[in-house]
Design a protein around this ligand. Sequence first.
Ligand code: ADP
Ligand code: TYD
Length: 214
Amino acid sequence: MGKGYFISIEGSDGSGKSTQIKLMKEYFASKGFEVVESREPGGTRIGEKVRNIILDNENVEMSPVTEALLYAASRAQHVTEVIRPCLKQGKVIICDRYIDSSIAYQGVGRGLGIDVVSKINSVAIQGIMPDLTVFFDIDPEVALNRKIEDGKADRLELEKLEFHKKVYKGYKQIASTNSRIKIIDASRSVMEIHKDVVNIIDEFLLKRSNGQSK
Ligand code: ADP
Ligand code: TYD
Protein backbone atom coordinates (compact mmCIF):
# COMPACT_ATOMS: atom_id res chain seq x y z
CA MET A 1 0.00 0.00 0.00
CA GLY A 2 1.40 3.41 -0.98
CA LYS A 3 1.62 6.51 1.12
CA GLY A 4 -1.52 8.63 0.95
CA TYR A 5 -1.88 12.39 0.68
CA PHE A 6 -2.89 14.78 3.42
CA ILE A 7 -4.61 17.93 2.18
CA SER A 8 -5.76 20.66 4.52
CA ILE A 9 -8.24 23.39 3.66
CA GLU A 10 -8.00 26.78 5.31
CA GLY A 11 -9.78 30.12 5.29
CA SER A 12 -12.02 32.47 7.20
CA ASP A 13 -15.34 31.27 8.58
CA GLY A 14 -17.75 31.17 5.63
CA SER A 15 -15.00 31.24 2.98
CA GLY A 16 -16.58 28.25 1.22
CA LYS A 17 -14.41 25.42 2.55
CA SER A 18 -17.19 22.87 3.06
CA THR A 19 -18.70 23.65 -0.35
CA GLN A 20 -15.35 23.17 -2.10
CA ILE A 21 -14.38 20.08 -0.10
CA LYS A 22 -17.47 18.26 -1.41
CA LEU A 23 -16.40 19.00 -4.98
CA MET A 24 -12.75 18.13 -4.28
CA LYS A 25 -13.78 14.82 -2.84
CA GLU A 26 -15.71 13.97 -6.00
CA TYR A 27 -12.75 15.01 -8.14
CA PHE A 28 -10.28 12.79 -6.27
CA ALA A 29 -12.76 9.90 -6.35
CA SER A 30 -13.18 10.32 -10.12
CA LYS A 31 -9.41 9.85 -10.42
CA GLY A 32 -9.62 6.55 -8.56
CA PHE A 33 -8.45 7.68 -5.12
CA GLU A 34 -10.02 6.54 -1.91
CA VAL A 35 -10.94 9.80 -0.17
CA VAL A 36 -11.70 10.54 3.46
CA GLU A 37 -13.16 13.87 4.57
CA SER A 38 -12.64 15.13 8.09
CA ARG A 39 -12.61 18.34 10.09
CA GLU A 40 -11.09 20.13 13.03
CA PRO A 41 -11.88 20.66 15.74
CA GLY A 42 -13.50 17.22 15.77
CA GLY A 43 -13.12 14.30 13.40
CA THR A 44 -13.08 11.74 16.23
CA ARG A 45 -15.50 10.88 19.03
CA ILE A 46 -13.31 12.57 21.63
CA GLY A 47 -12.48 15.45 19.28
CA GLU A 48 -16.17 16.18 18.71
CA LYS A 49 -16.63 16.45 22.48
CA VAL A 50 -13.72 18.88 22.67
CA ARG A 51 -15.26 20.77 19.74
CA ASN A 52 -18.52 21.21 21.68
CA ILE A 53 -16.62 22.71 24.61
CA ILE A 54 -14.63 25.10 22.42
CA LEU A 55 -17.51 26.35 20.29
CA ASP A 56 -20.14 26.53 23.07
CA ASN A 57 -21.59 30.07 23.00
CA GLU A 58 -21.81 29.95 26.82
CA ASN A 59 -18.05 29.47 27.36
CA VAL A 60 -17.29 33.19 27.22
CA GLU A 61 -14.61 33.04 29.96
CA MET A 62 -12.33 30.62 28.09
CA SER A 63 -8.73 31.86 28.14
CA PRO A 64 -6.78 32.01 24.85
CA VAL A 65 -4.23 29.48 26.14
CA THR A 66 -6.99 27.04 27.13
CA GLU A 67 -8.52 27.50 23.71
CA ALA A 68 -5.19 26.79 21.95
CA LEU A 69 -4.59 23.68 24.07
CA LEU A 70 -8.09 22.34 23.40
CA TYR A 71 -7.68 22.73 19.63
CA ALA A 72 -4.32 20.96 19.94
CA ALA A 73 -5.90 18.18 22.01
CA SER A 74 -8.56 17.60 19.38
CA ARG A 75 -5.80 17.59 16.74
CA ALA A 76 -3.64 15.05 18.59
CA GLN A 77 -6.56 12.62 18.74
CA HIS A 78 -7.36 13.27 15.08
CA VAL A 79 -3.77 12.58 13.97
CA THR A 80 -3.65 9.35 15.94
CA GLU A 81 -7.07 8.01 15.08
CA VAL A 82 -7.72 9.29 11.56
CA ILE A 83 -4.94 11.10 9.70
CA ARG A 84 -2.01 8.74 10.28
CA PRO A 85 -4.01 5.54 9.63
CA CYS A 86 -5.47 7.03 6.42
CA LEU A 87 -2.02 7.93 5.17
CA LYS A 88 -0.70 4.47 5.98
CA GLN A 89 -3.57 2.95 4.00
CA GLY A 90 -2.71 5.11 0.98
CA LYS A 91 -5.88 7.21 1.14
CA VAL A 92 -6.36 10.88 0.39
CA ILE A 93 -7.46 12.71 3.52
CA ILE A 94 -9.02 16.13 3.05
CA CYS A 95 -9.24 18.01 6.29
CA ASP A 96 -11.35 21.11 6.91
CA ARG A 97 -8.74 23.09 8.94
CA TYR A 98 -5.50 21.94 10.59
CA ILE A 99 -2.48 23.59 12.24
CA ASP A 100 -2.63 26.77 10.11
CA SER A 101 -6.01 27.54 11.70
CA SER A 102 -4.39 27.53 15.12
CA ILE A 103 -1.56 29.74 13.90
CA ALA A 104 -4.01 32.24 12.37
CA TYR A 105 -6.78 32.18 15.02
CA GLN A 106 -4.91 31.60 18.27
CA GLY A 107 -1.45 32.78 17.24
CA VAL A 108 -2.45 35.98 15.46
CA GLY A 109 -6.17 36.50 16.20
CA ARG A 110 -5.88 35.88 19.94
CA GLY A 111 -2.36 37.30 19.99
CA LEU A 112 -0.64 34.29 21.59
CA GLY A 113 2.10 34.54 18.98
CA ILE A 114 3.01 32.22 16.14
CA ASP A 115 5.95 30.69 18.06
CA VAL A 116 3.91 29.76 21.13
CA VAL A 117 1.13 28.19 19.06
CA SER A 118 3.65 26.32 16.90
CA LYS A 119 5.25 24.92 20.06
CA ILE A 120 1.92 23.78 21.51
CA ASN A 121 1.10 22.11 18.21
CA SER A 122 4.45 20.44 17.64
CA VAL A 123 3.48 17.87 20.28
CA ALA A 124 -0.04 17.45 18.90
CA ILE A 125 0.80 16.87 15.23
CA GLN A 126 3.40 14.15 15.89
CA GLY A 127 5.43 15.14 12.86
CA ILE A 128 2.50 15.08 10.43
CA MET A 129 2.14 18.16 8.25
CA PRO A 130 -0.16 18.49 5.21
CA ASP A 131 1.31 17.62 1.80
CA LEU A 132 -0.78 20.44 0.37
CA THR A 133 -2.85 23.26 1.86
CA VAL A 134 -5.42 25.31 -0.01
CA PHE A 135 -6.24 28.70 1.46
CA PHE A 136 -9.53 30.29 0.38
CA ASP A 137 -8.78 33.97 0.29
CA ILE A 138 -11.77 36.26 0.83
CA ASP A 139 -12.51 39.43 2.78
CA PRO A 140 -13.49 38.09 6.23
CA GLU A 141 -16.47 40.43 6.44
CA VAL A 142 -17.97 39.07 3.20
CA ALA A 143 -17.29 35.48 4.32
CA LEU A 144 -18.76 36.03 7.77
CA ASN A 145 -21.93 37.56 6.37
CA ARG A 146 -22.49 34.41 4.30
CA LYS A 147 -22.34 32.41 7.51
CA ILE A 148 -24.54 34.73 9.56
CA GLU A 149 -27.15 34.78 6.79
CA ASP A 150 -27.04 30.99 7.05
CA GLY A 151 -27.98 31.29 10.76
CA LYS A 152 -25.10 28.99 11.74
CA ALA A 153 -22.77 31.34 13.61
CA ASP A 154 -21.02 29.85 16.71
CA ARG A 155 -18.95 31.38 19.55
CA LEU A 156 -15.92 32.14 17.39
CA GLU A 157 -17.90 33.37 14.44
CA LEU A 158 -19.73 35.84 16.67
CA GLU A 159 -16.42 37.44 17.67
CA LYS A 160 -15.95 41.05 16.70
CA LEU A 161 -15.06 41.73 13.11
CA GLU A 162 -11.72 43.09 14.32
CA PHE A 163 -10.79 39.57 15.48
CA HIS A 164 -11.60 38.05 12.10
CA LYS A 165 -9.56 40.74 10.34
CA LYS A 166 -6.55 39.84 12.50
CA VAL A 167 -7.05 36.14 11.70
CA TYR A 168 -7.17 36.98 7.99
CA LYS A 169 -3.92 38.95 8.29
CA GLY A 170 -2.37 35.93 10.02
CA TYR A 171 -3.44 33.67 7.17
CA LYS A 172 -2.03 36.05 4.56
CA GLN A 173 1.24 36.18 6.46
CA ILE A 174 1.74 32.41 6.66
CA ALA A 175 0.40 31.78 3.15
CA SER A 176 2.77 34.27 1.56
CA THR A 177 5.83 32.68 3.15
CA ASN A 178 5.06 28.99 2.70
CA SER A 179 5.10 27.12 -0.62
CA ARG A 180 2.92 24.34 0.83
CA ILE A 181 0.01 26.78 0.96
CA LYS A 182 -1.77 27.60 -2.32
CA ILE A 183 -3.91 30.73 -2.34
CA ILE A 184 -7.24 30.87 -4.20
CA ASP A 185 -9.43 33.93 -4.71
CA ALA A 186 -12.60 32.73 -2.97
CA SER A 187 -14.73 35.78 -3.72
CA ARG A 188 -15.83 34.27 -7.06
CA SER A 189 -18.49 31.72 -8.00
CA VAL A 190 -18.39 28.16 -6.65
CA MET A 191 -17.44 26.69 -10.05
CA GLU A 192 -14.76 29.29 -10.80
CA ILE A 193 -13.12 28.47 -7.47
CA HIS A 194 -13.45 24.73 -8.09
CA LYS A 195 -11.68 25.11 -11.44
CA ASP A 196 -8.68 26.61 -9.67
CA VAL A 197 -8.78 23.86 -7.05
CA VAL A 198 -8.68 21.23 -9.80
CA ASN A 199 -5.66 22.92 -11.39
CA ILE A 200 -3.86 22.93 -8.05
CA ILE A 201 -4.67 19.26 -7.44
CA ASP A 202 -3.53 18.28 -10.95
CA GLU A 203 -0.26 20.14 -10.53
CA PHE A 204 0.27 18.54 -7.11
CA LEU A 205 -0.41 15.02 -8.41
CA LEU A 206 1.83 15.54 -11.41
CA LYS A 207 4.72 16.65 -9.21
CA ARG A 208 4.19 13.71 -6.89
CA SER A 209 4.10 11.25 -9.76
CA ASN A 210 7.39 12.75 -10.98
CA GLY A 211 8.83 12.10 -7.55
CA GLN A 212 9.11 15.73 -6.43
CA SER A 213 8.15 16.56 -2.87
CA LYS A 214 7.17 20.20 -3.49
P1 ADP B 1 -17.10 27.29 5.34
O1 ADP B 1 -17.10 25.78 5.37
O2 ADP B 1 -15.77 27.83 4.94
O3 ADP B 1 -17.60 27.92 6.60
P2 ADP B 1 -19.35 27.03 3.52
O4 ADP B 1 -18.94 26.18 2.36
O5 ADP B 1 -20.21 26.41 4.57
O6 ADP B 1 -18.07 27.74 4.18
O7 ADP B 1 -20.09 28.32 2.90
C1 ADP B 1 -20.69 29.31 3.74
C2 ADP B 1 -21.96 29.82 3.04
O8 ADP B 1 -21.62 30.49 1.83
C3 ADP B 1 -22.95 28.72 2.65
O9 ADP B 1 -24.25 29.23 2.78
C4 ADP B 1 -22.60 28.44 1.19
O10 ADP B 1 -23.70 27.95 0.47
C5 ADP B 1 -22.21 29.82 0.69
N1 ADP B 1 -21.17 29.79 -0.36
C6 ADP B 1 -20.17 28.88 -0.51
N2 ADP B 1 -19.38 29.18 -1.56
C7 ADP B 1 -19.88 30.33 -2.09
C8 ADP B 1 -19.52 31.17 -3.20
N3 ADP B 1 -18.45 30.89 -3.96
N4 ADP B 1 -20.25 32.27 -3.45
C9 ADP B 1 -21.32 32.57 -2.65
N5 ADP B 1 -21.74 31.83 -1.60
C10 ADP B 1 -21.03 30.73 -1.31
P1 TYD C 1 -16.47 25.52 12.15
O1 TYD C 1 -17.91 25.50 12.44
O2 TYD C 1 -15.82 24.26 11.70
O3 TYD C 1 -16.17 26.72 11.20
P2 TYD C 1 -15.98 26.75 9.65
O4 TYD C 1 -17.17 26.10 9.05
O5 TYD C 1 -15.87 28.19 9.35
O6 TYD C 1 -14.69 26.03 9.43
O7 TYD C 1 -15.77 26.06 13.46
C1 TYD C 1 -14.45 26.01 13.65
C2 TYD C 1 -14.05 27.30 14.32
O8 TYD C 1 -12.88 27.05 15.08
C3 TYD C 1 -13.71 28.38 13.33
O9 TYD C 1 -14.16 29.63 13.80
C4 TYD C 1 -12.19 28.40 13.34
C5 TYD C 1 -11.85 27.95 14.71
N1 TYD C 1 -10.56 27.25 14.84
C6 TYD C 1 -9.54 27.84 15.60
O10 TYD C 1 -9.70 28.94 16.13
N2 TYD C 1 -8.36 27.18 15.75
C7 TYD C 1 -8.14 25.94 15.22
O11 TYD C 1 -7.05 25.34 15.38
C8 TYD C 1 -9.21 25.34 14.45
C9 TYD C 1 -9.03 23.98 13.84
C10 TYD C 1 -10.40 26.02 14.29
